[in-house]
Write a protein that binds this ligand. Structure first.
Ligand SMILES: *[C@@H]1O[C@H](CO)[C@@H](O)[C@H](O)[C@H]1NC(C)=O
Ligand SMILES: *[C@@H]1O[C@H](CO)[C@@H](O)[C@H](O)[C@H]1NC(C)=O
Ligand SMILES: *[C@@H]1O[C@H](CO)[C@@H](O)[C@H](O)[C@H]1NC(C)=O
Length: 535
């Protein structure tokens, strides 16, 4: 009878036993439906997948957390356990010459799409070096942290405030509205250099979601405040002006960096609210995310963003509004001499994907474009001209249901973990020794060298093998009774670190290597119409 709980535990563990040296880790397994081609950009994928169900146990990633992967789907770093509660918007960056990682960390309210917490900053040894909070007694939201010139950070806040909302169709009891705020913060001193409040500059009448539908809050109390604007990204250009994406106004706004005045507005929904541009070649977008300045040339600016074209709350229930059948990554050019806006590129998904929340579009240094499909839990890489060179779902099908991922990025990254090398060795019934080694977050090891140690600590080389993904396995056709150590060897043959020694254990469960369990397949693509670009 006593055996039963133990057996149950074993079968649960082996159900997601991806790494023999790290049975504690259950990262999402990317379902790569279009393997990276030679035209895919170099760099690692950065993402923080989480479950779209309110309970986080039975669906989606077992360990929702920030992750670094290769575009072959191999884990590089699991941030699980490092962040408490919930983390999102995970990226690499630089602050004052130092390579860093950052992520939002805090609580998550999927019904309203809000978060409350701070930005956690790690060094390239994966140590927390800073927790950054918004200033002026306001609590940071999850959507944005963006570093400008390595020196300042843009952060946003949803601040519920009481107001008379009767002119916007509210009853006497409906008197709470969300003031969407952003701040620019000096990253050395934490000082707030600039603060902008939506209620000072944009009337609630510009919202495309009225106060009653239960989608953007109905204003009865501060937790249910009407989220009329919903800033989800902020960037700053060379002239010192800002661009923000306001999802619930379905528009991008350019903000004067000195006065805070609205310089222009692109978007809005005809019949509800207007745009500053008379659109040269008609395109529409709505409920967009992640607007970034790409370049400025006199009176012309190009901007990238993610166009959801759909709205709905992040958790499963809730009404949805659609203005198109597919979401997309977009690059537009605005001309503020003739007040025209032009669609330069439109990156449509390779499958039928329409995401009702979240999403990002990153234009990479070589011009490739990484589009992350938010609530649909998928990512696609394109060449600049729109050829698909990679597509993956963050868990899907039998791997995990209903995974979501707010933003995804590709970055060059070098990680030098302070955590120890993980080593496990087992002896099979047939008399083989199998040694498993991994080092969470390490990007520098090229090969692994294994030694046995006798009682005088004298080493005998057991073997050497090229690094293969997160975990490298060495098979020996003999029983090794001595202690074993593993050495991480870098690209010039230098020893980066040596593990603690382990004694081989008797094999309990036969470990099934990942390759055998999980194969890549090609899935039929959506009918490809030519990329819709503006001429
Ligand atoms: C706030 O209002 C919403 C909508 O009417 C309601 O569901 C919720 O229970 C209220 N919360 C509090 C704390 O009163
Ligand atoms: C505005 O239109 C005029 C007339 O077509 C043209 O000469 C000018 O270059 C345009 N401005 C920009 C910034 O393209
Ligand atoms: C991968 O994604 C495809 C397309 O959505 C799905 O049909 C398939 O079941 C997934 N594969 C696994 C192993 O979950």
């Amino acid at each position: 009878m006593l055996l039963l709980p133990l057996l149950t535990l074993l079968s649960v563990v082996s159900a997601d036993w991806q790494f023999r040296s790290r049975p504690d880790l259950s990262p999402p397994q990317l379902n790569i439906t279009i393997p990276a081609t030679k035209d895919a950009s170099p760099g690692y994928l950065f993402a923080a997948p989480f479950s779209g169900f309110p309970d986080n146990t039975q669906h989606g990633p077992r360990q929702a957390a920030p992750y670094i992967f290769t575009d072959k789907g191999e884990l590089v770093w699991s941030g699980f356990g490092l962040f408490s509660i919930w983390a999102t918007n995970f990226q690499a960056g630089r602050i004052n010459g130092q390579d860093i990682l950052f992520s939002f960390e805090g609580s998550h309210n999927p019904a309203y799409g809000h978060g409350h917490g701070h930005i956690t900053i790690l060094n390239n040894r994966y140590e927390t070096i800073r927790e950054l909070r918004a200033g002026n007694h306001k609590i940071s939201d999850k959507h944005e942290f963006h570093i400008i010139d390595e020196k300042t950070g843009l952060i946003q806040i949803y601040q519920p405030v009481p107001a008379d909302l009767s002119e916007f169709g509210a009853s006497k009891e409906q008197q709470w509205i969300v003031d969407a705020i952003f701040q620019e913060i000096d990253l050395k001193t934490g000082q707030v250099l600039f603060e902008w409040s939506s209620l000072d500059h944009v009337s609630p009448s510009e919202s495309v979601l009225p106060i009653n539908p239960g989608q953007a809050g109905s204003g009865y109390n501060s937790s249910d405040a009407w989220d009329y604007f919903h800033i989800n990204s902020v960037d700053k250009d060379q002239n010192g002006d800002y661009i923000l994406s306001a999802r619930d106004a379905a528009a991008l706004y350019k903000i004067d960096g000195k006065t805070g005045d609205v310089i222009w507005k692109l978007g809005g929904i005809p019949g509800i609210s207007s745009s500053s541009f008379r659109e040269q070649n008609p395109f529409k977008f709505a409920f967009q995310h992640h607007a970034r300045f790409l370049s400025t040339d006199g009176k012309k600016q190009t901007i990238s963003f993610y166009d959801n074209s759909a709205h709905g709350s992040e958790d499963k229930g809730g009404n949805e509004i659609h203005i198109a059948d597919l979401s997309s990554g977009k690059i537009v050019e605005v001309d503020t001499e003739n007040w025209t806006a032009k669609l330069l590129n439109n990156y449509l998904p390779p499958y039928d994907i329409l995401s009702k929340s979240q999403g990002s579009t990153q234009v990479l240094e070589d011009g490739n474009v990484l589009v992350n499909w938010g609530s649909q839990g998928a990512v696609t890489e394109y060449t600049h001209d729109g050829d698909v060179v990679f597509h993956a779902y963050f868990d899907s099908g039998r791997l995990g249901d209903k995974v979501e991922n707010y933003r995804a990025f590709k970055f060059d990254w070098h990680g030098y973990p302070t955590e120890a090398i993980a080593l496990f060795s087992e002896v099979t019934e047939k008399g083989e020794t199998i040694v498993y080694v991994s080092w969470n977050g390490d990007t520098e090891t090229k090969k692994w060298r294994f030694y046995s140690l006798n009682s005088d600590d004298e080493r005998t080389l057991l073997g050497e093998t090229e690094r293969s993904g997160f975990e490298t396995i060495l098979r020996l056709s003999k029983v090794v009774k001595e202690r074993i150590v593993a050495q991480a060897v870098g690209k010039s043959g230098e020893v980066l670190s040596t593990s603690d020694s382990v004694i081989s254990e008797k094999q309990v469960v036969q470990y099934v290597e990942k390759e055998n369990r999980y194969n890549l397949h090609n899935y039929p693509l959506r009918d490809q119409s030519p990329m819709q670009t503006g001429h």
